[in-house]
Write a protein that binds this ligand. Sequence first.
Ligand SMILES: O=P(O)(O)OC[C@H](O)CO
Length: 207
Amino acid sequence: MVGSGQRGSAPVETSTLRIGQGGPSCKNGAVGYLVLAYLLGSLVAGLLLFPEVRGRDLPGGSGVFRRKGPLASALVVLFDLGKGALAASLTPLEWRPLAGAAVVAGHNWPLFFRFRGGGGIAPSLGFFLVWFPGETLAAAGVGLWVAGLYHALYWRLRRRGIYPIPFGAAFGYLAFLLLVPEGGRLGAALVAALVALRGVQILRGRW
Ligand SMILES: O=P(O)(O)OC[C@H](O)CO
């Protein structure tokens, strides 16, 4: 997207995000946005609302579904989507790539829960739904479709290995990286890397 410059003056180019433009006060402001995003991410719904899940299962939608049922799971997913969406809404465009990483880092390694949180899927979905709604919905569709297929062809029969949602999500993030416009690629790559890193930790039993 290209911003409309004022008539008679040089057009204002907004198509490329340039992180760190501006003086020291701008950078100080950015630290505030990133800390806020990290703290928002650290409010892990599954751990706040259902502390009994802690240590027994993952605190995201799937883990809470397994332990507490569908309504509790829906509540957790909505809360975690919401904090991601709020972080995107509060952060100016130029700092959004880092704010996306910050809110997901908070959810995955929360300050309030000894740095042991969820997988980062719901907050990243909420964050990018605000920033790139069409691309995010399309990528989420890919992820859900792959998860459904994996469930039907493998998980339903074996119940072993990677759970369907994270399995499908890996394809969703790949789709998103291909679909997202240039201005969002850095943010998408940072977030996907943090989700993948946490996924490796979880697979190794370090959750
Ligand atoms: O990645 P989270 O913590 O948002 O959890 C989402 C789902 O439970 C993953 O299976």
